[in-house]
Design a protein around this ligand. Structure first.
Ligand code: ADP
Ligand code: ZN
Length: 366
């Protein structure tokens, strides 16, 4: 691949470019030199990524003399305490408002670093360099930041748009398979709700995707970002459209909580996709054949879509009722009409579903 791809996120408040390529370090350097001249540069990463890419960073970004801060890897470190530690390290070195931070890592680093950037000196610039598939197509785009607490995930955070996002497909080569599949779940989700063509492309090219064939990956990543872009941009006018992104997440988030966060997000979402497709069938919106196609696509990527019999549906439903996206304690679901199209009614993009239907969808074998 030669030229990099540039996608512009437009927003009333602050737009930003997303670059996709396979050697983006020169671009990052150029972007910072042009737009953030003379700023100090801090890079926040985790220990795994540091040990894999420390040499690459010091070679490619040496002109910027970055200060590299690394934290232990894993969701359990996405906390207020870690945020404070990073802040103290920056303060100790007298990093001022004239600082640009690079979030170099997966979703954990992106969310945490975004939160640091949004409050440090009342807000400094950040660029995202996502290194997991999930972060490339989902968490690095849209400006959500946050940390977890014992009360739940992402309950404390801000919206802080980055100055740019740089996606380098090379990072996927070192990504463990499980993490790769974790990201595929969000790609499949957005295809199901918004783009039948992308869904069919993934169906036909599953082998190439699993082999990380470059042009195939490039296409699905680019397309997923374009779809998310459309949704978040249109959401500025049509409030609520963003809920489309929540397909599979009402059940998925509850299941994540039920499993005490021991199961990765993407593997909870894949179960959520199966349950919420079933709800779409039971409410006579989606054809059974389409549901079968969805489940077999999840199977192709070994994404779990069965709910074990020993799972207590009532408990999961109780968790759904207190989710922050519920209205009046009633869980709401994005409903599919067909692959690539969701149900909308009077500007509503999610719907209350009767408890017996939710329960049946959880219990019915797929
Ligand atoms: P997510 O992006 O799914 O939110 P994390 O930020 O927790 O997840 O990253 C998942 C794991 O993958 C972490 O252990 C992280 O250190 C590791 N990781 C991230 N990017 C890479 C990469 N490009 N190569 C290898 N391991 C990576
Ligand atoms: Zn998600």
């Amino acid at each position: 691949m030669g030229e990099e791809i540039r996608i512009e996120i437009e927003s009333k408040n602050k737009g930003y470019p997303i670059f996709i390529g396979n050697s983006t370090s020169a671009l990052i350097q150029k972007f910072i030199e042009e737009n953030h001249k003379n700023k100090k540069v801090g890079i926040i990463t985790d220990d795994n990524i540091k040990s894999l890419y420390e040499n690459t960073i010091s070679k490619s970004l040496n002109h910027l003399s970055p200060y590299l801060i690394s934290i232990p890897a894993g969701e359990k470190n996405k906390t207020r305490e870690t945020k404070e530690r990073i802040e103290d390290m920056l303060l100790e070195k007298k990093y001022s408002r004239d600082t640009i931070i690079i979030a170099f890592g997966g979703g954990v680093i992106g969310d945490l670093t975004g939160f640091v950037a949004s409050t440090y000196n009342r807000g400094i610039s950040i660029i995202h360099v996502p290194t997991t598939l999930l972060a490339m197509v989902d968490s690095s785009i849209g400006g959500k930041t946050g940390v977890d607490t014992k009360y739940g995930k992402n309950l404390i955070g801000t919206i802080h748009q980055p100055d740019a996002v740089f996606i380098d497909l090379n990072f996927l080569n070192s990504l463990p398979k499980e993490e790769f599949l974790n990201g595929m779940s969000e790609i499949i989700k957005i295809a199901i709700t918004s783009d039948k063509e992308l869904f069919e492309f993934i169906e036909k090219n599953s082998k190439e995707i699993l082999e990380k064939e470059e042009n195939t990956l490039l296409y699905i990543i680019k397309r997923s970002i374009e779809l998310k872009k459309e949704i978040i941009e249109r959401d500025e006018e049509e409030s609520g459209l963003r809920q489309t992104l929540n397909f599979g997440h009402t059940f998925g988030h509850a299941f994540e909580n039920y499993s005490e966060y021991k199961i990765k997000h993407g593997f909870c979402i894949s179960r959520g996709i199966a349950v919420e497709s079933k709800i779409s069938v039971l409410t006579e919106n989606l054809k059974r054949e389409e549901e079968k196609r969805i489940v077999s696509l999840l199977d192709k990527f070994s994404l779990p879509n069965k709910i074990n019999e020993d799972i207590n549906p009532n408990k999961i439903i109780d968790i759904m009722k207190v989710d922050k996206k519920t209205r009046n304690q009633k869980p709401r679901f994005v409903i599919l009409k067909e692959i690539g199209r969701i149900k909308t009614k009077n500007k509503d993009f999610s719907f209350e579903i009767k408890e017996d239907i939710i329960k049946k969808a959880i219990e019915t074998p797929k």
